[in-house]
Design a protein around this ligand. Structure first.
Ligand code: ADP
Ligand code: ASP
Ligand code: MG
Length: 451
């Protein structure tokens, strides 16, 4: 069997869902389990609804939700016509929107928004899209059955970025999904959403449907995980920044994971781990051009010094400087334990005898972290930074690559540079407003100019 995940734009409207149905029909012999995102733009709209409701703008917020209701109901009518099936799905959709409105009202009374409430609201996107898609499939001759993903995606209670519990997921998948496959059915589940063992709704973090697909794939021992999106595959850079970006036909797991965590939004950064554990190849395909080759992600693509370039903003550079570090073991450990305690993941690191520089993503917990770091020395913080990374499994094999990268950046200021001997990733910290320019220069040097 395979897992096929369709992102927001692949289920964004009636035409997109029709295309998705024909892709799934073509894959019936491979026994697909289908994972879908919310209709494009829905999660953003829901988060906005939650924030506004809690901020006392409930009436305004409700208008946004009514627009979402109209949009979903229009898709139901366009896809399913006006028979009894359509009426049933439309009624279910309406019930979900009524619940949402009540939730918003409760938030506005409370005037407070906890991570748990945010997840409850955000989850409606996939709770709505998945039964609509399942019904559309069924009406088009695909033996689809909707499965509530929250019965299968069991997570801890870290709302907003819940950690999946693999053993419980495997067991739930055997109970709720496998029997359907054995009956020749096509299970359809929402991505991104899950629930704790107590049944409280959680989410895996933005873009998390890719991760859901990989986790379901690992739980069911899929022979492939397919990520269907709006670009031809993983490219040598984000095509929105670099239109000349080229398709990568084959890439290694570790390279894809690095690219994802350094800004290649086409894949959620956690997607690769479950696939690696089970050696399941991951494919990225374009749902607008299903015949195109796509990208294959496996353990063994040929080693290249540079496979692709990625970048992202919103990075904070923290520097801790203290002469007490000189010859004193354990100071660095102390500094990192502060980040660990606040569960903040450190990305790039550079050290000297008397200072440690690290980058982290901008985060609300930062101020508290800084207070604790001051115990170790003088702390300076530069917000609004960006990361650019060049990624390639053979990066460390090829000395001139680093010189070429720095030369390509020319006069752009580099605040931190990290590369280790075994690295597959050269990370450069630049000013946030220079990220795109840095990506363009690096891409030009490595992919657009003759080597
Ligand atoms: P989906 O809704 O299908 O999950 P996303 O918007 O999350 O789609 O991811 C697809 C987008 O990722 C593309 O439209 C593209 O702009 C962006 N992207 C960023 N980096 C890359 C890259 N290296 N290769 C392909 N796409 C990329
Ligand atoms: N709908 C969720 C989001 O927009 C999850 C996803 O699309 O992967 O973040
Ligand atoms: Mg995505």
């Amino acid at each position: 069997m395979i897992v096929a995940k369709f992102g927001g734009t692949s289920v964004g409207d009636t035409a997109a869902i029709e295309r998705t149905a024909s892709i799934v029909r073509g894959r019936l012999p491979r026994r697909p389990v289908v994972v879908v995102s919310a209709l494009a733009g829905t999660t953003n709209a829901l988060l906005d609804f939650a924030a506004r409701s809690a901020a006392g703008q409930f009436i305004d917020a409700l208008r946004g939700v009514e627009a979402l209701r109209e949009r979903h109901l229009a898709v139901v009518t366009e896809l399913l016509g006006s028979g009894s099936d359509a009426a049933e799905v439309a009624a279910d959709v309406s019930v979900l929107f009524d619940e949402l409105a009540h939730l918003g009202e409760a938030l506005s009374v409370l005037g407070d928004l906890s991570p748990r409430s945010v997840d409850a609201v955000a989850a409606y996107g996939e709770r709505l899209s998945s039964p609509i898609v399942a019904a559309a499939f069924a009406q088009r001759g695909i033996p689809a059955v909707w499965v509530d993903a929250r019965k299968v995606m069991i997570t801890d209670a870290e709302y907003g970025k819940a950690q999946p519990q693999s053993a419980s997921i495997a067991e739930a998948a055997r109970r709720h999904v496998l029997p359907l496959l054995h009956e020749g059915k096509v299970p359809v589940l929402g991505g991104y959403i899950g629930a704790t063992t107590e049944g409280v709704t959680t989410t895996l973090g933005r873009g998390g449907s890719d991760y859901s697909a990989a986790l379901f794939g690992a739980a069911l021992d899929a022979e492939a995980i397919e990520i269907w999106t709006d670009v031809d595959g993983m490219l040598t850079a984000d095509p929105r920044v670099i239109p000349a970006a080229r398709l990568i036909e084959h890439i290694r797991f570790d390279e894809a994971a690095e690219l994802a965590s350094f800004g290649a939004k086409v894949l959620h950064p956690s997607t690769i781990a479950p696939a690696v554990q089970r050696s399941i190849p991951v494919f990225i395909f374009n749902s607008h051009r299903p015949e195109a080759a796509g990208t294959r992600i496996t353990a063994d693509a040929p080693r290249l010094s540079v496979r692709a370039v990625a970048g992202r903003g919103n990075v904070v550079l923290v520097n801790v400087k203290s002469s007490a570090m000189l010859g004193t073991p354990g100071v660095v450990r102390g500094i990192f334990s502060v980040f660990e305690r606040f569960k903040l993941s450190v990305d790039a690191i550079a050290t000297s005898e008397v200072s440690v520089s690290v980058t982290i993503d901008a985060d609300v917990r930062l101020d508290a972290v800084l207070t604790e770091l001051r115990a170790f020395g003088e702390v300076t913080v530069t917000r609004g930074q960006g990361t650019v990374a060049i990624v390639g499994a053979g990066l460390g094999d090829h000395t001139p690559t680093m010189a070429r990268a720095l030369a390509a950046l020319g006069e752009l200021r580099v605040h931190l540079c990290a590369l280790s001997a075994s690295a597959i990733n050269l990370t450069l910290i630049v000013d946030g407003d220079q990220v795109h320019e840095a990506m363009r220069r690096l891409h030009r040097a490595f992919f657009e100019e003759a080597a």
